[in-house]
Write a new protein. Structure first.
Length: 428
């Protein structure tokens, strides 16, 4: 998992990860003692696997951007990050040999196979660029397989020699299949939709434009999308992998120093959500963190909260009084730290401790009292007490997750986070 700070933050994160890994191992061992059906235990194991993947096996998501010169590959990278990450070629092609680039920010890294434009009219500036764009791509695909392939073409060129582009895309898929025995999902983008007629109508500010002009422009976008999807679906080697076809605008302009001068992005949140949906779990955390789309962060945080709550409930059902206190507490602190990490903070115990301390008696002191009460239930009501204890642990963990989401992801105040905790505790 990438660090988001200096050496001190990196050390805190590394220590936190070691503690989390050790406690996940301990919890897996405790599962042997659970008085539950095998199917339920297997479900808990799958939840633990999700937690381990998201928190401990995090990696950079990898995308291959394929398209002819000027399709907007570099612009797309900038649009996803919302910052100047790649140079955009206005006259000559900026991309030389196909190369895997690690685009890094303090929030994490995205790996992009940035390719030479197919059917280029001029040679890229790099002197050692491969003469065949697809051959250059193939060389890089032997090193690594992308999680998702993004095919880009200008909206105004979907009728212009697109068959040659799609033949090249078929070669790319064949190479991935041969090298990695895998065929990634395909996202097809018609870029530069902002220049479709009426050219002056701004889709990114549609509410400020005449409705009839917006409707006309959207009708042109729809025709472009339909044509592009039809061309891809006419090719059996590609049709089965197509998951999304949309027209988009990726236009951003920057002053010296990377300051945004113009931002005409349209449908990029939809695109990011689609890419997130088709990523493996190991790449989702970093992508949600980098893209800063609140809906994605909420979705991942909610999934982690429910998974953690289910694990806590299972551990609480152990017939050994008090033995579950440390694992459950650690899991709940891990959940808080991970939600804080999704918001852009470094993954460490300090963020979780800061949150719990600031919450005061509603979560801080009451947190410890609740754990003690759960353990006492097992002494007073053996057997049935484990079921009550599990329900309390489940509800309490859901409430903690709700409070952490409110505070870290939605910038709620401590008072608002306390209310989210209390509301969740009483409604679940």
């Amino acid at each position: 998992m990438p660090s988001a700070g200096g050496d001190g933050d990196h050390n805190d994160e590394a220590t936190t990860l070691r503690i989390i890994a050790e406690n996940i191992r301990r919890i897996e061992e405790l599962l042997r003692f659970l008085p539950l059906a095998e199917s339920t235990v297997n479900d808990l194991r799958s939840k633990i696997a999700l937690l381990r993947t998201i928190v401990l096996e995090q990696r950079a998501p990898a995308f291959a951007l394929v398209g002819r010169r000027g399709a907007g590959k570099s612009s797309l990278i900038n649009a996803i990050f919302g910052a100047k990450m790649a140079e955009v070629g206005h006259v000559k092609s900026q991309t030389g040999r196909a190369t895997w680039f690690a685009h890094k920010t303090e929030r994490g890294t995205i790996e992009i196979l940035d390719t030479r434009g197919m059917q280029e009219g001029s040679s890229p500036e790099e002197k050692d660029a491969a003469r065949d764009a697809v051959a250059s791509i193939v060389v890089e695909l032997k090193k690594k397989t992308p999680d998702v392939i993004v095919f880009l073409i200008k909206a105004g060129e979907v009728d212009s020699a697109i068959d040659a582009d799609l033949e090249a895309l078929e070669r790319v898929y064949a190479e991935i299949e041969r090298e990695h025995r895998f065929r990634p999902p395909l996202v097809a983008l018609a870029t530069h939709c902002d220049v479709l007629e009426p050219k002056g109508t701004r889709l990114h500010c549609a509410g400020e434009e005449p409705p009839e002009d917006v409707a006309e422009k959207l009708s042109h976008v729809s025709r472009v999308e339909h044509h592009l999807e039809g061309k891809i679906k006419d090719r059996p080697k590609l049709a089965g992998h197509l998951v999304w076809t949309r027209g988009v605008s990726t236009y951003m302009s920057f002053k010296d120093g990377g300051v945004i001068r113009a931002d005409e992005r349209w449908r990029i949140d939809e695109l990011v959500t689609t890419l997130f949906k088709h990523l493996p779990d190991a790449g989702r955390g970093t992508f949600a963190r980098i893209a800063r789309v609140r809906g994605l962060q909420d979705e991942l945080a909610n999934n982690l909260t429910r998974a953690t709550a289910t694990i806590c409930a299972g551990v609480a059902a152990l017939p050994i009084p008090v033995a579950d206190l440390i694992p459950i507490t650690t899991l709940q602190v891990t959940l808080i730290a991970t939600i804080a990490w999704l918001s852009g903070r470094t993954l460490n115990r300090k963020a979780a401790a800061e949150f719990l301390g600031a919450m005061g008696v509603n979560v801080g002191a009451a947190f410890a009292l609740r754990e003690g009460a759960r353990a006492l239930i097992k002494f007073v009501f053996p057997g049935g007490g484990s079921m009550v204890s599990g329900a309390v642990a489940f509800a309490g963990t859901l409430a903690i997750g709700s409070a952490a989401c409110a505070y870290f992801l939605h910038n709620a105040s401590i008072e608002e986070a306390k209310k989210a905790f209390d509301d969740a505790k009483t409604t679940r």
